[in-house]
Ligand binder design. Structure first.
Ligand SMILES: C[S@@+](CC[C@H](N)C(=O)[O-])C[C@H]1O[C@@H](n2cnc3c(N)ncnc32)[C@H](O)[C@@H]1O
Length: 252
């Protein structure tokens, strides 16, 4: 695992106990992913989850699917443990794994599912290709990830002040729709979810509470002086967005 991946894993591990205090949006999105993923499943499905966190999506999978087997994974060890404790189920196995580089030789799944984890992949298209290689014919990859309008107002504030922000660059929905590997068919749908933040500190604190505070590779954190500038520029009760792409791929 490279240094950036270790930082991401560490930040999420550190937030395993606080994650659910600030993850209402993630819970809403996970519910939608479950609805998309659980339509059309064969009986006794083999399911792989990538980036389980504390189990927001896992709970839907385990309560709504009868039978089957579940491999539940996350890159952050404390998240794997939290999820294992929250979702005790004989059908589930838990594993620490980087979903972008699945170590699953010879294993095949009817469903690979993930909610708001794949935006942390360094190369989303390559990650999708490696994951879909583990689908049986007719199997599906269903996920949500972040798209380019996410935190656009936060980023614009930085640009207007001549500062660099640490938000990773997210793809457009069209770009995600261009990432499907050969040998199947994919589609995307999109949602733009508005969020209001009391101030810049609240915004930064919320990201830290859920562990989503690892900046893009090579980014140097703002000095306290520049953070105050951003804070003053955005003012109180500023609005920003989570731009969600839902992707679904069926292997031919
Ligand atoms: C925002 S949380 C979402 C958790 C859960 N899916 C939910 O909906 O509440 C993102 C999760 O993805 C995990 N993650 C980040 N990068 C990952 C990777 N490369 N492989 C697997 N999990 C990853 C993090 O450790 C974290 O638990």
């Amino acid at each position: 695992m490279n240094a950036q991946k270790s930082r991401i894993a560490q930040a999420f591990s550190n937030s395993a106990d606080s994650y659910e205090q600030a993850s209402q949006l993630q819970a809403e999105v996970a519910k939608e992913v479950a609805t998309l993923a659980l339509a059309d499943l064969p009986s006794n499905p083999r399911v792989l989850e990538i980036g389980c966190g504390t189990g927001g999506l896992t709970k839907h999978l385990l309560t709504q699917v009868e039978g089957g087997s579940f491999l539940i994974t996350d890159i952050a060890p404390n998240m794997v443990e939290k999820c294992r404790e929250a979702c005790v189920d004989k059908r589930a196995r838990y594993l620490r794994m980087d979903g972008e580089h699945p170590a699953l030789e010879g294993q095949e799944f009817d469903l690979i599912v993930s909610s708001l984890a794949m935006q942390w992949f360094a190369d989303l298209a390559a990650g999708i290709e490696r994951l879909t290689a583990h689908l049986v014919p007719g199997g599906r990859l269903v996920f949500s990830t972040l798209a380019h309008e996410t935190f656009a107002n936060w980023r614009t504030a930085h640009t207007e002040l001549g500062l660099k922000d640490g938000t990773p660059i997210y793809p457009t929905p069209q770009q995600v729709d261009g990432m499907w590997p050969e040998g199947g068919q994919g589609q995307v749908s999109v949602d733009l979810i508005k969020r209001e933040y009391e101030d810049a500190q609240t915004f930064a604190r919320r990201l830290k509470t859920i562990g989503a505070n690892t900046p893009a590779q090579g980014h140097r954190p703002l000095s306290p002086k520049n953070f105050r500038k951003i804070s003053a520029h955005l003012g109180r009760n500023f609005v920003d967005h989570y731009h969600i792409v839902y992707g679904a791929f069926t292997k031919g």
